[in-house]
Design a protein around this ligand. Sequence first.
Ligand code: ATP
Length: 305
Amino acid sequence: MTDQPIIECRDLYKRFGNVRALEEVDLAVPPGITGLIGANGAGKTTLIRILLGLIRPTHGQASVFGTRVASDPAGLRARIGYMPEGSCLPADQTAADFVAYAAELAGIPIAEGRRRASETLFLVGLHEERFRYLGDFSTGMQQRVKLAQSIVHDPELVLLDEPASGLDPAGREQMLELIARFREFGMNVLFSSHLLDDIEQTCDWVVMLDDGRMIHSAPLDPPGEADSVSVEVFGDPQPLIAALAERGGGFTVEGAVINVEGAAGDVFALVRDALETSGSSVRRMGTRLSRLEDILVAAVKETDD
Ligand code: ATP
């Protein structure tokens, strides 16, 4: 890692009575978009709440931007945005009022807060609906309001707890695209998910938790490393195979699935071009899914042994 870490944890433990939520977590997360992956109960929310200073670790320490959370939780929270998991919006407030209130809580003057609320709701695609009551919003719209309130004070880091949870595939895609756009604003992101696919689409770095332990923390796509895309088409795969061969792409065929390999960043464009010229329709396509899945399975197996 060349950049200074924005999040660091050293020998972090958290117990709730007899429940071991986090154990021996040592972590250094660089700037950028980081995915926090783990099954239900793995400790993702607990870690996020410790980073926010909302709960204290039983042992060990956590730092954000090089400052120990315990030494200045309020000061750090002014620089961090937080999108909690689950339903937590007041049904009888409009989106504009609620997001403006979040800005006010972050110390922004009222008029400025209203302006920012309007801008932020525009960014998340809810400008037209900003004067509607939150109680009438769909789950997808509520998730976007929660996202808007987390960034209204222009934080340097946002911690998003399962932002795509409960969304249909289109809503999920929109949410991930929005998160990816935070890069343009120079905002750092840590977002949790139990879906590898979400993380692979969006993140530069991935942290995996399993049963309270950190089992993997690494760049998602190390520069220069080979990349792969698995694709399955409707009907005869031969035209696609021929188009790939014509372009000199390296690939293997396993039954109906064609695995295409090449330099990171190039493979997707290669497959897209080959699909276009062959006129094939995609039944299923996965980017690097197997690689991260392999890491997860191997890491879990190692901790079990
Ligand atoms: P999910 O995706 O289901 O929210 P998670 O990875 O976020 O899972 P946590 O919510 O951090 O997991 O929970 C980790 C463990 O700690 C779980 O066993 C959970 O039941 C327990 N836990 C979390 N908060 C508390 C609490 N306040 N009191 C008791 N146990 C808790």
